[in-house]
Design a protein around this ligand. Structure first.
Ligand code: NAP
Length: 282
């Protein structure tokens, strides 16, 4: 059996067009959704991510502001910029691109963002809202993974989901979102002695590790949904995920490719969060 491909590019296109329509309706009522992106320093990967985020905003009728600062920007200066954006009625979402220079405490900066504008969903308050099942802004990557899983049309309720990875930005919120959708959830990590014991029982596997070939064909239950969050390079320097895609697609029922799976959905959910923030702010 060859798995059906879960096409993150096509799903993104569909969701982005809905975002565009809702953004236009909101703009018609005098409120164009606005995202501010702050970058400090000149990390080359950050520059690419930020460019893509700002471009996606412009393409779908969202207002976006890019603030670039020299790596020497002080922590108080950055906190002052966040405070100014918190108070700016034209800005509904604030994203501070990580990593920050070492002299700036990222937790302090994230905590300074008004929770209603925390479109990355990384603050302790946003994490608490997710943990408590309260409405709020969800971290974009796991939120996108949920949309990819839902797009298969398969019920999540009652299924066994295994999340590999427990980072605060991907693995943990992913597990909570699956739990909220009534899956039975197992979270694996680097101290899990036998990963395959867990993944072989899973109806849904989300791999968020950052190590290629973490999930191989023998570790997958036939017909499972496999979501590959990983972004790695193979020996030829080509982008690949955590899943041995060629072999696993012969066992799984549904699978996301890398590239073209989770990656585009992360930016799409940032647009969704910005729109949601604009719709819900007074
Ligand atoms: P991270 O903070 O490094 O976390 C990796 C997790 O994997 C940790 O919880 C770690 O366990 C676990 N792990 C490491 N080796 C393992 C092993 N052998 N078996 C089982 N678990 C293992 O990474 P992250 O930020 O969550 O990101 C994970 C991957 O997703 C990376 O490749 C990243 O680039 C990618 N990513 C992609 C997107 C996208 O938009 N496509 C967005 C975000 C991240 P411990 O906690 O025990 O150390």
């Amino acid at each position: 059996m060859t798995a059906q491909l879960i096409d993150g590019v096509a799903l993104s296109r569909q969701i982005r067009s809905e975002v565009g329509a809702r953004a236009a309706a909101l703009a018609g009522r005098g409120r164009t959704p606005g995202l501010a992106v702050i970058v400090v320093g000149d990390d080359p990967a950050s520059a690419v991510y930020v460019r893509n985020k700002v471009k996606a905003c412009h393409e779908h009728g969202l207002h976006s502001v890019l603030e670039k600062y020299d790596a020497a920007l002080s922590e108080p200066e950055l906190l002052a910029r966040v405070a100014a954006l918190n108070a700016d009625p034209a800005i509904h979402g604030i994203l501070v691109q990580m990593p920050l220079p070492r002299h700036i405490d990222p937790q302090k900066v994230i905590a300074a963002i008004d929770t209603r504008k925390d479109v990355d969903g990384f603050s302790v308050l946003s994490a608490g809202e997710l943990m408590s099942g309260l409405p709020g802004l969800r971290p974009c990557t796991p939120y996108g993974c949920m949309k990819l899983i839902e797009s298969t049309g398969q019920a999540i309720k009652g299924k066994h989901a295994v999340v590999i990875g427990r980072s605060n930005t991907v693995g943990k919120p992913m597990a909570l979102l699956l739990l909220q959708a009534h899956a039975t959830v197992t979270v694996c990590h680097s101290a899990t002695p036998d990963l395959a014991v867990h993944t072989r029982q899973a109806d849904i596997v989300v791999a968020a590790v950052g190590r290629r070939n973490t999930l191989t064909a023998g570790m997958v239950k036939p017909g499972a949904i496999v979501i590959d969050v990983g972004m790695n390079r193979n020996d030829a320097g080509k982008l690949c995920g955590d899943v041995d895609f060629g072999a696993v697609r012969e066992v799984a029922g549904w699978i996301t490719p890398v590239p073209g799976g989770v990656g585009p959905m992360t930016i799409t959910m940032l647009l969704v969060n910005t729109l949601q923030a604009a719709e819900s702010q007074p």
